[in-house]
Design a protein around this ligand. Structure first.
Ligand code: MRU
Length: 347
């Protein structure tokens, strides 16, 4: 189970499984500077909200290691500056700034005079964020099984799996934990244009781990619901506003509207670190607009004449009223989300 490892930190170097080449090539990129971390996140070598967060935490370790000064406060100043830069790599997933802020906060309270020890402790904090994500994934999986009851035919969108996290994923965690317990799911994966994370990543990792997965085109989702083939939808998310409005991969909103029309429950699976209590509603969530080439080309082949106008918003916001429940590591949150998200975060 779980033979895929998206992020490794070994011998002072970060290694990222290059997700741009999956499923055709499984190759790790060596990342030895904070600038390379920025590029890897921006270019989507690594992607998915929790995975970006863990990567950024190691990016902060590299930032500290690069500092040649003997003075811990110089290292802190460099980390702050590099952290602000890293946050700009991708704007929508809040886990990126969450992890950077965590690292800076921890660094600020470490009162060690020896810079070498200080750097070791910084690494320890990144490892902690990494290990906590593994535990969180597992708990989300257990909670998903509870919420799904006897439902087995599940649609997911984009990739909120092993490749988007550090172990079982969020949306996929229930499938993996279920498999360990002898519970079999039939998963439908939207292909997820423009970058095809559903077909290239979700289908790949589920298939590799022996989970029954069927890829459908994004356009087929409503039809599959109409014909009774889907009992529930589970997606991950990049940021949840305080009122429960949720940003996730572009197309999630269409899936949510269809699910609501057909009376199919829509669950969002995410760690509580993805909830941004500083934003009142989803209107405040920054939506990344990516390069038009992602729409113009599929796997390097141009699919439309040159010069045609293209738009490429990478995320959309599903209003809270279309969400049945939010599955977190601490439990399942039902509406009213504003009240119940706050309550669970304080437990
Ligand atoms: O653009 P991506 O591939 O980073 O988008 C990823 C998603 O939208 C995921 O569903 C989300 O980050 C949740 S990952 C557990």
């Amino acid at each position: 189970m779980n033979r895929i490892i998206p992020i490794k930190f070994e011998d002072g170097r970060l290694w990222l499984l290059d997700q741009r080449n999956l499923p055709f090539e499984s190759k790790y990129l060596e990342i030895d500077s904070v600038d390379k971390v920025y590029d890897a996140i921006r270019d989507m070598v690594v992607r998915g909200a929790p995975a970006i967060g863990v990567t950024a935490a190691y990016g902060m370790v590299l930032s500290a290691m690069e500092c040649q000064s003997d003075c811990c406060s110089d290292i802190l100043t460099k980390m702050k500056k590099d952290g602000e830069h890293l946050k700009k790599a991708r704007p929508t997933a809040v886990n990126l700034s969450w992890a950077i802020d965590m690292m800076n906060e921890k660094a600020a309270v470490l009162k060690i005079k020896d810079p070498l020890l200080f750097k070791w402790d910084i690494l320890g904090e990144a490892v902690k964020i990494h290990e906590e994500d593994v535990i969180t994934n597992r708990k989300i999986g257990e909670n998903t099984l509870k919420v799904l009851g006897s439902k087995r035919r599940i649609l997911t969108h984009c990739n909120a799996g092993i490749l988007a996290t550090t172990s079982y994923g969020t949306a996929t965690a229930g499938f993996y934990v279920g498999k360990e317990k002898g519970i079999g799911f039939k998963v439908f994966a939207d292909e997820t244009r423009p970058r095809l994370q559903g077909a290239r990543l979700t289908a790949y990792e589920l298939f590799e781990n022996g989970i029954d997965v069927t890829v459908i085109s994004d356009n087929a989702a409503a039809h599959m619901m109409a014909t009774g083939e889907i009992e529930a939808v589970i997606t991950g998310c990049d940021r949840v506003a305080a009122n429960g409005d949720t940003a996730n991969k572009i197309g999630t909103l269409s899936v949510a509207i269809s699910a609501s029309y057909f009376g199919i429950p829509l669950y969002i699976a995410c760690p509580l670190s993805t909830v941004d209590f500083s934003l009142h509603t989803g209107k405040d969530i920054p939506i990344e607009e990516r390069d038009h080439s992602e729409v113009e080309f599929i796997l390097g082949k141009r699919i439309m004449p040159e010069g045609i106008k293209v738009r490429n918003p990478a995320f959309d916001v599903t209003p809270a009223e279309k969400i049945t429940a939010i599955i977190t590591e601490k439990g399942v949150v039902y509406p009213p989300f504003k009240e119940n998200l706050r309550k669970i975060s304080l437990t």
